[in-house]
Design a protein around this ligand. Structure first.
Ligand code: ATP
Length: 307
């Protein structure tokens, strides 16, 4: 299922509504087989970007190629499964009957319905009415609908939004399984921990702009070094003099040092050589919340829309 060129290429993509720049100069690539996260607070521009990839919204400027085609091209739409608008399913029909209807409209064989129900874990509840499903089951049925075409690319807008913890766990496991099947997945989320768990790479989006585009490891690799040393003022001076050190902050009884992981040993040896007594040295993993704050200068909003 891999293709030589990126599955999604976006260049300078911009969408303005009057004076509001919903999306401003977004440039990104998503490679085949990636589980790619769009991370940002509510109103950051995630949904607008995803809608532009599907051809549902036309950009003000910039361009996008999805599976080698312009957004909305029938050839690429046939290879994309999306859950962006909310599933839009009939409440009085069973889960299975809903998928039968969608399969018919999409020109997909009904034989695709059972495997899709199986994939999302709804095979044993397929005969129940949609209206009797929990929100998590409704969302999963929406994903099943997106999977009927056996898509190469799956686009999910806030798939865990509004779900209870169990529903979120089920959805995360489902998205991970889609990635393991070799599909490319693009999902949006305002939850740092979620993206951290599911995604291989993440673009952090804030006020329409991409403020970081990196692997989760790269983002988290910016771990701080926690140093406990005496005398502390001497330790601070030694640390601040090291070219590799970006910053030194007080934290509790110790110092938090922003320095790349590969320089940990050099930091320790510089302190010891300066006669400082080193009693603690450890990497303190940063949460994506901290990273977001560093990147944007403000806290992410972590409450979801009701949907
Ligand atoms: N059709 C529209 N008309 C006017 N403004 C819009 C429209 N669609 C989106 N916007 C604005 O563009 C900005 C980005 O919205 P968007 O829905 O893309 O954000 P988001 O990151 O998906 O957030 P959320 O998770 O809350 O949907 C917001 O300020 C929003 O109000």
């Amino acid at each position: 299922m891999s293709t030589a060129s990126p599955v999604v290429q976006i260049s300078g993509l911009t969408k303005r509504y009057g004076d509001t720049a919903a999306v401003e100069g977004v440039t990104l690539e998503v490679g085949a087989g990636e589980v790619f996260g769009f991370l940002g607070p509510n109103g950051a521009g995630k949904t607008t970007t995803l809608r532009m990839l599907l051809g549902l919204v036309s950009p003000t400027s910039g361009r996008a190629l999805v599976l080698g085609r312009a957004p909305g091209h029938p050839d690429s739409l046939a290879r994309i499964g999306a859950l962006v608008e909310g599933p839009g399913l009939y409440p009085y029909l069973s889960g299975r009957a809903n998928l039968d209807v969608i399969a018919r409209y999409a020109g997909v064989s009904r034989s695709a319905v059972a495997p899709a129900l199986e994939t999302v874990g709804l095979a044993d509840r397929a005969g129940d009415k949609f209206s009797q499903y929990s929100l998590g089951m409704k969302q999963r049925l929406g994903v099943a609908a997106a999977l009927l075409k056996d898509p190469e690319l799956v686009i999910l807008d806030e798939p865990t939004n509004g779900l209870d913890p169990q529903g979120m766990r089920d959805m995360r496991a489902l998205v991970q399984s889609l990635g393991r099947e070799g599909r490319t997945v693009i999902l949006s989320s305002h939850l740092m921990g979620e993206v951290q768990q599911i995604c291989s790479r993440v673009a952090v989006i804030d006020r329409g702009r991409v403020v970081a585009d990196a692997s989760v490891e790269e983002l988290r690799g910016q771990a701080d070094l926690e140093v406990v040393a005496h005398p502390r003022d001497v330790a601070r001076r030694v640390l601040e003099a090291l070219p590799e050190v970006a910053s030194v902050r007080d934290a509790g009884g110790g110092l938090l040092v922003d320095v790349p992981t590969r320089h940990t040993a050099a930091v320790a040896s510089a302190l010891v050589s300066a006669g400082v007594s080193l009693t603690g040295l450890r990497r303190k993993e940063r949460e994506l919340e901290d990273i977001f704050l560093d990147l944007t200068g403000h806290e992410p909003v972590t409450t979801g829309r009701a949907s």
